[in-house]
Design a protein around this ligand. Structure first.
Ligand code: HEC
Length: 214
């Protein structure tokens, strides 16, 4: 049967989408082997201002959501909030800050494998882990300028330390409540995010900032 014009347009559009998708996949696959340098001083000021604003927004919203969930249903109920609420919160941050390309929490010991670090994040995590190992004072942030072919962007990292609250869900398992352990075990069968002590380095918030809109 001869192809109608309309069908041809649909086939063309599908082809177009497939090409675009494979292009995007290539881009995301290469997201690890760009060149990392220290951003120039004039960019650092903008990166810090944007990074701090986004970090505060994220932490304030997450803490209030978590606090509400703990008050209403205890820590077990809060486990779901930790996972579910993070997504709408970050979406609203993207809408308010067009220079933000990505916001993520990551660690060498992840609970959710979707949070695993990429190559640049591994370097940032190693930087903080070495400071911890040698008992050195942590700076409040770490920045990278990343060049992937013609694409340039910045990363702003904030270290996250373990406090009393975190111990309920990331602490040493012998001291955690059986209820929480059971719930975590069901949701995350491959969980590596336990065994932390107070004031341990847990991971980073990783914020990717465009070099265009600041
Ligand atoms: C009510 C339980 C709960 C508390 C309290 C809690 N977390 Fe988590 N945390 C989780 C869960 C559940 C995840 C996995 C979220 C997901 O699926 O993305 C997680 C994930 C993370 C991640 C992302 C990396 C990974 O392991 O997947 C970091 C970093 C993190 N938590 C740090 C902290 C810090 C720091 C504190 C204290 C300030 C804290 N958490 C308090 C339950 C909790």
């Amino acid at each position: 049967m001869k192809m109608q014009n309309k069908d041809r347009v649909i086939v063309m559009s599908i082809k177009h989408i497939l090409y675009s998708l494979s292009f995007l996949m290539i881009i995301s696959c290469s997201r690890d082997n760009g060149e990392i340098t220290t951003p120039p001083a004039e960019d650092v000021i903008n990166i810090i201002t944007t990074g701090e604003r986004v970090f505060k927004e994220l932490i304030t919203s997450l803490s209030s959501e978590l606090g509400m969930a703990i008050n209403n249903g205890g820590f077990k109920a809060a486990i779901n909030t930790c996972n579910i609420s993070a997504i709408p919160i970050t979406t609203s941050i993207y809408e308010d800050n067009h220079s933000i390309l990505n916001i993520k929490r990551t660690s060498f010991k992840v609970r959710n494998k979707n949070n695993k670090p990429d190559g640049y994040e591994k370097k940032a995590l190693r930087y903080f882990e070495e400071l911890e190992e040698f008992g050195k004072k942590f700076p409040s942030y770490y920045v990278q300028k990343i060049q992937e072919k013609d694409d340039v962007f910045f990363r702003y990292y904030k270290p996250l330390m373990i406090n009393e609250l975190c111990m309920n869900c990331h602490g040493v398992t012998d001291r955690m409540s059986a209820d929480i352990l059971q719930e975590l075990g069901e949701l995350y069968p491959d969980d590596h995010a336990n065994g932390y002590e107070l004031n341990n380095f847990r991971g980073v918030v990783s914020i990717t900032i465009s070099d265009e809109v600041q």
